[in-house]
Design a protein. Structure first.
Length: 425
């Protein structure tokens, strides 16, 4: 029996609690903590000390609408939505209104925003903080692009505050989220690459603008017009709408929605609005799917074998902290360990036929399993395209290279090949 030490994960193993910020203190009700700026922020006059400008000024919106056969229909109030955080970079073409499925916008046209340079841990931490902040509403937060047939808001998470002049930007004034596939931006790369709370706040702040929410004058609110890397929350009281970092009073973008929940249409209750827009909590009932990318099922290696196992993981809340178990053959399934990456390393695997088992459980308890086999022998594998003595190597064990041998005779030839690999002359 081979000890399970042959599996090496490629990243440290934090727990889900380590990744998310401590939610024990509710920023919507607790006094704001003292904070000292660590970097020189981009400020405007009137901002509280140490806070960064949330929103870059936008150019005038074009009056012409760009027709699209893929433009989504207006969404019914009180139905769930999907918020896709795009860490993978984007090149934007032109359209109006913006459309996440087509990577097009009416500003930042022609911009190429590189993939976010932060670690997998940072990405998962930002997503977990965002999910914590919207766990009362029907908002699915994912870092995996949804199917093109689905309407979804996209926050492009990349670019720097210095390059774009603020922490983010978004189109606003879409009352009732009637254009449910708009694109917003969060510029947290560069000097702010390790921000987690600030990254989550910025991404949700800009997404909420695209859903019709305005700035309010209350600090420690996600909709406050300035921000830092401290935790924030959507507020549950009616707060005055403001237009800029100087907290200048201003008209609301969607006064008729505000008037439903507050005594004045220039007051905004963010929690009530999000509940009206998206309904109750999103519930994860979908198990992950896991496919083997490499090596191929049945692939042959020379002993001692060192290789990476690369997986394609899909889940409605991917990426996240999965509980993963890895074991060989008929060994007992070991205790699960936290798993963030899409790969693990195998080292020093000796001669034999090895059945690999991988079980992943998402944070909601939905589990899936992947099984595959690896052959390890004493001979080196043949060179690609070379003469392998009539044996197929590098694909499934039942596969033949050339010659058309099939059926029982093909199986005998394959078994002779495996024996020859293990016992060279």
């Amino acid at each position: 029996m081979i000890p399970t030490a042959w599996i090496l994960l490629t990243t440290p193993l934090p727990t889900a609690a380590d990744l998310a910020s401590d939610p024990a203190s509710d920023p919507a009700s607790d006094p704001a903590p003292e904070r000292a700026p660590e970097r020189a922020p981009l400020l405007a006059s009137g901002s509280p000390p140490g806070l960064h400008r949330m929103d870059a000024p936008l150019p005038p919106r074009p009056t012409r609408l760009t027709a699209s056969p893929r433009a989504p229909a207006a969404r019914e109030l009180g139905t769930p939505t999907t918020l896709y955080v795009n860490f993978d970079g984007i090149e934007l073409s032109e359209c109006n209104p913006s459309r996440s499925q087509d990577n097009c916008h009416w500003y930042n046209v022609g911009e190429t925003i590189a993939p976010f340079s932060g670690s997998v841990q940072t990405k998962v931490s930002v997503l977990q903080a965002m999910r914590r902040d919207v766990d009362e509403y029907g908002i699915r937060v994912t870092g995996q692009r949804p199917d093109p047939s689905e309407a979804y808001t996209m926050v492009v998470y990349g670019g720097t505050e210095e390059r774009f002049g603020a922490l983010g930007s978004a189109p606003s004034g879409d009352c009732g989220d009637q254009s449910p596939s708009q694109i917003a931006f969060a510029h947290l790369d560069g000097a702010l690459v390790e921000w987690v709370n600030g990254g989550a706040t910025t991404a949700l702040h800009e997404a909420a603008h695209s859903w019709g929410l305005d700035h309010i004058q209350t600090e420690r609110s996600i909709m406050f017009p300035s921000g830092d890397d401290e935790p924030n929350a959507f507020r549950g009281e009616c707060a005055p709408v403001v237009t800029d970092v100087n907290l200048s009073p201003g008209p609301a973008s969607c006064p008729e929605f505000n008037a439903v929940h507050c005594e004045g249409d220039d007051l905004q209750n963010a929690r009530a609005l999000l509940g009206q827009l998206f309904g109750g909590p999103y519930v994860d009932t979908q198990a992950p799917t896991v496919d083997l990318v490499e090596p191929a099922d049945g692939q042959y290696f020379q002993a001692p074998a060192d290789f990476d196992v690369v997986l394609e993981i899909r889940d409605d809340l991917h990426p996240q902290v999965y509980d993963a178990s890895f074991w060989l053959n008929d060994e007992p399934k070991p205790q699960a360990r936290p798993f963030l990456e899409d790969r693990f390393a195998v080292t020093g695997l000796p001669v034999g036929t090895w059945a690999f088992h991988v079980e992943l459980t998402d944070e909601a308890g939905n589990a899936t399993r992947l099984d595959f086999e690896i052959e390890v022998g004493e001979d080196p594998p043949p060179e690609p395209g070379g003469d392998d003595g009539g044996c197929a190597v590098g694909g499934p064990r039942w596969a033949r290279s050339a010659g058309g041998v099939s059926g029982p005779l093909g199986l005998v030839v394959l078994l002779l090949c495996v024996a020859r690999r293990r016992h060279p002359r």
